[in-house]
Ligand binder design. Structure first.
Ligand code: GTP
Ligand code: MG
Length: 291
């Protein structure tokens, strides 16, 4: 067996979480078209013929503007230290800028070998990949470069085999039914946040957080009753999330409930409230509740 831990790193929006979900074969991380969707590490176990890979999905590396962002970047870079191998995801449909140079130094400083996946090749003409491959082949830490599409699955089996081949031999480290390290309460909050991200834009996705206040089993009704708060930074943002006559918040709750029910086969009741907390992204006390 090939067994080990792989830190999945890259810039925001590169497709890290999409890929982790595909390799694990279950949704263990939320995904959105907004950058900075993932705010903290999540471990998901991918299993295949002769391998067990603990994939650590991380927040995208970016220049931090608030304490929250600094915590995100710290969390991501910390994952490198514990990993046997780095999986560096680059969005091949984007221009390569200074962000990739920063990641290159990070990987090189970690002293870990890296596999680089050029993602989103479903959006890129083949000839455009060649200069990218050349660019990253020059990077000393990069052992292999694999073009993939996390969305369509193109190249992903080859990538999994390469990751496995670059891990040490060993015995499985997780019980057969273990999928992810994310506790259920946290996962409920993530699903709610994903539905919020789907429906908001500009500053709101960045300025929103979800706190789970309680999860209670109502045995009589066969329901998990969840009380949660969506926290935003300004009154105007609260108005948007609540929506006209509460339509938006109801939509978010409905979408989150449907996904949770489909995923678990259980029934949920979500009681959502929107709250304003100014500058929470710089508030250490607040941040200690989500990190
Ligand atoms: N066309 C295309 N889109 C992709 C692919 N992989 C991911 N995406 C899209 O890219 C966006 C970002 O995907 P995520 O998986 O959330 O990216 P991430 O790297 O985890 O982003 P952060 O958590 O913000 O760092 C989503 O809209 C995905 O659907 C791909 O292979 N092709
Ligand atoms: Mg992510």
């Amino acid at each position: 067996m090939r067994v080990g831990e792989v830190a999945v790193i890259g810039r925001p929006n590169a497709g890290k979480s999409t890929l982790v979900n595909r390799l694990v074969g279950e949704k263990i991380a939320i995904v959105s078209d907004k950058p900075q969707t993932t705010r903290k590490r999540a471990l998901g176990v991918a299993r295949g013929p002769g391998y067990e890979i603990a994939l650590v999905d991380t927040p995208g590396i970016h220049r931090p503007q608030f304490r929250m962002n600094a915590a995100m970047v710290r969390d991501a870079t910390g994952a490198l230290r514990d990993a046997d191998l780095v999986l560096w995801i680059v969005d091949a449909s984007e221009r390569v800028g200074s962000g990739e140079g920063f990641l290159e130094r990070l990987v090189s400083d970690s002293g870990r070998p890296a596999i680089l996946a050029l993602n989103k090749i479903d959006r890129v003409a083949k000839p455009k990949l060649l200069p990218l491959i050349e660019r990253f082949a020059a990077s000393p830490s990069v052992r292999e470069i694999v073009p993939i599409s996390a969305r369509t699955g193109d190249g992903v089996d080859r990538l999994a085999a390469l990751l496995a081949a670059n891990l040490p031999e060993g015995e499985p480290a997780y019980p057969e039914d273990f999928l992810t390290s994310t506790p259920e309460t946290e996962w409920i909050g993530e699903v709610i946040r994903e539905k919020l991200l789907d429906r908001t834009r500009e500053e709101l996705p960045f300025a929103s957080a979800v706190l789970i206040d309680s999860v209670r089993e109502d045995a009589e009704k066969g329901l998990a009753v969840v009380t949660a708060s969506i926290v935003v930074e300004k009154e105007g943002q609260k108005g948007i999330v609540v929506g006209r006559g509460g339509t938006m918040i109801r939509e978010i709750g409905r979408a989150a409930r449907e996904e949770l029910e489909a995923q678990t086969g259980r029934r949920f009741f979500l009681d959502l409230t929107v709250k304003v907390q100014e500058r929470w992204r710089d508030d250490e006390r607040f941040l200690s509740r989500i990190f």
